[in-house]
Unconditional design. Structure first.
Lengths: 117, 117
């Protein structure tokens, strides 16, 4: 690679996919809300366990600070596709694991909707 | 979009690029090391300030928990390209901002080297 690489597809990838899940916890009465206050913790625990137990070694899983859009939480984002999901139940987590992380298909019903700038 | 979307390029993107920077802080004597112990905090502060002050509204910036590879820190990763950088000086941060985040070119000298599985 020379000093002006713009075709990033030639760079080897550590993970096929990398999930970031917001761990922000604000008090329940905080006006901004938070993913933690919306019940994120057990969902991310399940997600991490599924990724580990199902042997998805090509999927990275990292907790994150605030991703913004706090009132829409719990929020997670999957890269490189850049898909923001807002799961609320264990079944939602399982569907994201099976459909997106394993099969590479969008779980449209769980995508966070945002307005384009 | 139907229920089996696999071409994610049709999904609108919230950010052009999204930077995650590890904020893990372990004690200096911890055997695993940590990005915090390696001096990450002022680097990420500079990175966040640069992204904000330079008006890079299409770049997301989120702190993260442990990304792994702790002895290689400070570590940050840029998606969707999936490029892991290990900046150690303010000048490194500036180069990543100017070269990658603004111009879309790889800063090869700062890429974390890893062995493929």
């Amino acid at each position: 690679m020379d000093s002006q690489v713009t075709d990033f597809s030639e760079v080897p990838q550590l993970y096929k996919r990398h999930v970031f899940a917001c761990h922000t916890q604000r008090p329940p009465t905080h006006p901004r809300g938070s993913c933690g206050a919306a019940g994120a913790q057990p969902l991310w625990e399940r997600l991490g366990n599924r990724i580990g137990n199902d042997g998805l070694t090509d999927v990275g899983f990292t907790v994150s600070g605030c991703l913004g859009f706090c009132s829409a939480g719990p929020l997670m984002v999957v890269y490189p596709e850049g898909i923001w999901y807002r799961p609320t139940t264990p079944e939602d987590i399982d569907e994201i694991v099976e459909t997106h992380l394993k099969n590479g298909e969008l779980v449209e019903r769980l995508v966070m909707v945002f307005a384009r700038a």
